[in-house]
Design a protein around this ligand. Structure first.
Ligand SMILES: NC(=O)c1ccc[n+]([C@@H]2O[C@H](COP(=O)([O-])OP(=O)(O)OC[C@H]3O[C@@H](n4cnc5c(N)ncnc54)[C@H](OP(=O)(O)O)[C@@H]3O)[C@@H](O)[C@H]2O)c1
Length: 219
């Protein structure tokens, strides 16, 4: 089966760029979704050979064209984005939530309270019922992801609203060289994953590094 057509919304950003480039390298037809597709087209023209998307598009057009939609936009903007475009998801869409509701206040980085429990559950509440949702790529650091010649060599946690969504998302994680998917169960586990990202940020700051990441021992 040919690889899914995969849209990365926010593919011009730190996390989205690394994902878009690495998926393109893995052979996926990638669409970079952007609020400003022309500006995004100029940007991706400078990406390395073999890591460029097949197209850039506005968020609505990217959602309509993709069987996998990766949400790599700031958490604060994702609710509005979905409220405006929920009708545009294809019947077979798998949505992949990458967002982490981190705030950087005076007391240092923290997780914002989310009424639904986690960013992923906030997104679930705004997606059409037919769209399947998984959360992953929340802990792999953008700094490393975006340096596509460097191996990742770490695990990536996957949770989802069905076994099918988790299996499909795990296959996407596996498709990126050096990443191993770890299925952690239902979507409600997303908050725990988001806390792990916060921990990575804290480790980075304390130890003055930029690419703290995780491996599960014993699996
Ligand atoms: N940075 C990390 O290490 C990391 C790690 C794990 C998860 N994440 C998550 O990944 C997501 C993106 O983070 P990032 O660091 O890549 O952010 P970023 O560099 O600011 O990029 C996000 C992209 O989203 C789009 N965007 C920005 N503001 C928006 C708005 N108000 N409405 C709609 N789209 C907007 C922009 O693309 P256009 O201007 O082209 O539309 C931007 O390039 C966040 O939810 C973050 O929590 C980040």
């Amino acid at each position: 089966m040919p690889p899914s057509r995969l849209a990365v919304l926010g593919g011009t950003g730190q996390q989205g760029r690394g994902l878009a480039q690495r998926f393109a390298r893995a052979g996926f037809p990638v669409i970079v979704g952007s609020r400003a597709p022309d500006r995004a087209a100029a940007l991706v023209a400078g990406w390395p050979d073999g890591a460029r998307p097949i197209a850039t598009a506005d968020y609505g057009a990217a959602i309509e064209r993709a069987t996998v939609v990766v949400l790599a936009v700031p958490f604060e903007s994702v609710g509005r984005l979905l409220d405006d475009r929920r009708q545009q998801f294809r019947a077979d869409a798998l949505v992949v939530d990458v967002t982490v509701p981190v705030t950087f206040g005076q007391g240092g980085p923290a997780l914002a309270e989310v009424p639904e429990g986690s960013a992923a559950q906030h997104i679930r509440a705004r997606l059409p019922a037919h769209a399947r949702l998984a959360a992953t790529f929340k802990t792999v650091p953008a700094h490393l992801l975006g340096d596509i010649e460097r191996p990742l060599d770490c695990d990536e946690f996957v949770c989802g609203d069905s076994a099918e969504a988790r299996t499909e998302a795990a296959a996407l994680v596996q498709a990126i060289a050096g990443l191993r998917p770890i299925d952690v169960g239902p979507l409600a586990r997303a908050r725990a994953i988001e806390h792990v990202t916060l921990l990575a940020i804290a480790i980075n700051r304390r130890h003055r590094i930029a690419d703290a990441r995780f491996k599960v021992i014993g699996l």
